[in-house]
Write a protein of this length. Structure first.
Length: 316
């Protein structure tokens, strides 16, 4: 029996509600669920932007779905975040309720899609980290299809390759506007990285992992032309050093700056004592994958984004 075909009797035990604001008790429960899921699974269930929106609990940014079991404990959670002309959402089921994953996940997904409709969303992406064999069926039953495969690639550090391209550290309070110009040009139309605002960047600067010396910039004639922003994941073992975002001003494509800045970023991570480098690349970006493979990266796992272009209310 598929996840979508579970009998109604098996799915009426949960109370599922949409929230645009969490009270203190609900906020604490969600934070605890997210932490428990991260410890259980070995990776965070929510992306950086969703975690920022959760912490802010701002009605303008926040939309979530909570699922409670009969005793009133939080069994599952879904959150939505408005991105660049799209909406992202992620779901998490409490480790103590994973035996109920099959009926609960479709309920959370449908409730999250209904919340997206109510918020006027058009294109919606459901991101699934480490998807299993049944995820495609759950997405399809809710009217979504697989739109993107994001590969996480890793390699040991340090890296022997060097670069003659000079970089400097990002300077908070000085480099924001120019970085936004290059980033938004490099990622024009990208659902997550495109269309960043000063507020988006400032919120990242407030994150505990933000480290300006690991945010490498390359300039030519006083103009920012490329960058490599790194992030260290201290919560996992071994520590992972991520090429968080790498971008090149489109006016300077074809000069090998993507490779050079990747190498510079990896050296920056190794200088911080990190022994495993990591990055994400879209499986459709074969040119980037080829470059990273030449630099010694190999695929570790993949995440899936299921998309619905136009959401319409569906019968329950």
């Amino acid at each position: 029996m598929s996840r979508a075909d579970r009998p109604l009797a098996s799915i009426i035990m949960w109370r599922i509600e949409t929230r645009h604001k969490l009270d203190d008790a609900e906020f604490d429960s969600v934070k605890r669920l997210v932490a428990e899921a991260a410890a259980h699974d070995g990776f965070p269930p929510l992306s950086d932007q969703l975690l920022i929106d959760l912490e802010r609990r701002d009605a303008h940014h926040f939309s979530g779905v909570v699922a409670f079991d009969p005793p009133g404990d939080l069994a599952g959670y879904a959150q939505l975040s408005k991105a660049n002309e799209s909406t992202e959402m992620e779901l998490v089921v409490a480790p103590t309720h994973r035996d109920a994953l099959e009926p609960l996940m479709p309920l959370l997904l449908r409730a999250a899609l209904a919340a997206a409709v109510a918020d006027g969303a058009g294109r919606v992406y459901w991101w699934v980290h480490h998807p299993d064999d049944g995820t495609d069926a759950v997405a399809s039953a809710a009217g979504l299809h697989l739109a993107r495969r994001l590969l996480q690639m890793r390699r040991p550090l340090p890296i022997e390759a060097g670069t003659t391209v000079d970089t400097r550290a990002f300077v908070v309070g000085r480099d924001e506007a120019e970085w936004l110009r290059v980033n938004n040009a490099a990622f024009l139309g990208h659902p997550e990285q495109g269309g960043w605002t000063m507020e988006t960047l400032r919120l990242r600067e407030l994150e505990p992992w933000f480290y300006p010396a690991g945010f490498r910039l390359h300039e030519r004639d006083g103009r920012l032309t490329a960058f490599c922003w790194t992030k260290v994941h201290e919560e996992v073992e071994p520590r992972l050093g991520e090429i968080y975002v790498i971008g090149v001003d489109p006016s300077f494509h074809g000069l090998g700056l993507g490779k050079a800045l990747t190498i510079a970023g990896l050296h920056s991570l190794a200088d911080r004592g990190v022994t495993v480098g990591m990055l994400h690349v879209d499986a459709a970006n074969t040119a980037a994958m080829s470059l990273y493979e030449r630099l010694g990266f190999a695929v570790h796992h993949e995440d899936h984004a299921y998309m619905a272009e136009t959401i319409r209310s569906r019968p329950s």
